[in-house]
Design a protein around this ligand. Structure first.
Ligand code: ATP
Length: 337
């Protein structure tokens, strides 16, 4: 059973299709990055998972529990860190955490223990007496994370936690997320900063105009093919620099793209790695003295733009008809926060 399972999820706001047939699963104990442009549908999807909004159509489950039908159960399993949250004037960090720990039902020694644990983990001990509305952005995010962790949830849903953080605070946050992942928590995290997500996520989920356009690991994305479907290699030789371009002219499946100091960039027209090995073997057999032959890595931003570009050139998916009215789900009215 997956930690998160979303099946054919739709959320319409009037005519606006914010989430448009989203299906994905996130395995237990993994970190999944949720990436998309402004307005792509990330927050809406996350709010539904966090039981703060309802789908128009489709289902969402946390650890096998339906978020619409059993929101109270789901809330015990998740820690939710929204992109913005209020911290109260004249309430210290300690009082703030104490307030939420009480709201969660913790009493006496257990409450003090939980607060101490999250303060230690998020390095908030030195800030215990600081007013919560007088914290820097990085400290505020740590407080938000501490609050989300108070009930030791299995799943953490974080909406843009790194937004507005300076590089040091981002590194600290990344470290905390990695520690939580090694403890076996499932983390679903949205961000615009793709390079960072790539480092800390086991998988990346790209959303565009309310639709999932890619779900895979970041390494595969970095290794991915170029827009023409081929794979780029950097080739360097000991000897005549244009020997690479001269050699490519005679090869049907290899294109010389650009000269570099001692060789150049080439494109091999297939992603099959055995073909790259064949090309390298042929080069050596034909007398090229290869000093370097490596596959170019794309950065994640390029991969994202590439995927969106391919999509824009194809036909848009057609939204399914909705029943008249707005929703196929009978919604309880009392649990929206
Ligand atoms: P950002 O990165 O800017 O936070 P996002 O990917 O999180 O963007 P959402 O906040 O999910 O995007 O918004 C998706 C679309 O739904 C947007 O066009 C937004 O304006 C719209 N939307 C979100 N919430 C509502 C609402 N309550 N009423 C009407 N439209 C909404």
């Amino acid at each position: 059973m997956s930690a998160l399972k979303i099946n054919n999820l739709y959320r319409y706001f009037g005519d606006l299709q914010a989430v448009n047939g989203v299906t994905f699963e996130v395995p237990h104990g993994s970190v999944c990055g949720f990436v998309g442009a402004n307005g792509a549908g990330k927050t809406t999807t996350m709010r539904i998972l966090a039981t703060l909004d309802y789908p128009t159509l489709g289902s969402a489950e946390v650890c096998g529990i339906n978020v619409v039908h059993h929101p109270a159960e789901v809330r015990k399993l998740i820690g939710w860190m929204p992109d913005h949250f209020g911290n109260y004037e004249h309430m210290t960090v300690l009082e703030y955490l104490d307030f939420y720990a009480r709201a969660l039902g913790y009493k006496g020694k257990e409450r003090r223990q939980r607060i101490q644990e999250v303060m230690d983990f998020t390095d908030l001990v030195p800030l215990a007496e600081r007013f919560s509305n007088k914290l820097s952005k990085g400290m505020t995010q740590r407080l938000g994370l501490g609050r989300a962790l108070l009930h030791d949830p299995q799943v953490l849903i974080m909406d843009e936690p790194a937004a507005g953080l300076d590089p040091k605070a981002r590194v600290e946050l990344k470290h905390l997320i990695r520690v939580l992942a090694t403890e076996g928590k499932t983390i679903f995290i949205s961000s615009h900063i793709l390079s960072e997500l790539g480092e800390m996520c086991d998988s990346l989920l790209f959303i565009n105009n309310g639709r999932i356009v890619h779900h895979g690991d970041s390494e595969a994305l970095r290794r991915g093919s170029d827009t023409l479907g081929g794979v780029l290699y950097d080739v360097q030789v000991d000897g005549k620099p244009d020997s690479v371009s001269d050699w490519c002219v005679l090869q049907p499946n290899v294109e010389f793209l650009e000269a570099r100091k001692q060789g150049g960039r080439i494109r091999i027209d297939t992603e099959d790695p055995t073909k790259a090995a064949d090309v390298l073997a042929r080069m050596i057999k034909d007398g090229l003295r290869i000093t370097e032959f490596h596959r170019e890595q794309r950065n994640l931003e390029d991969a994202f733009i590439d995927i969106i570009g391919r999509l824009d050139s194809g036909k848009p998916a057609i939204p399914p008809p909705l029943p008249s009215g707005t929703s196929n789900i009978e919604l309880p009215t009392s649990n929206i926060e």
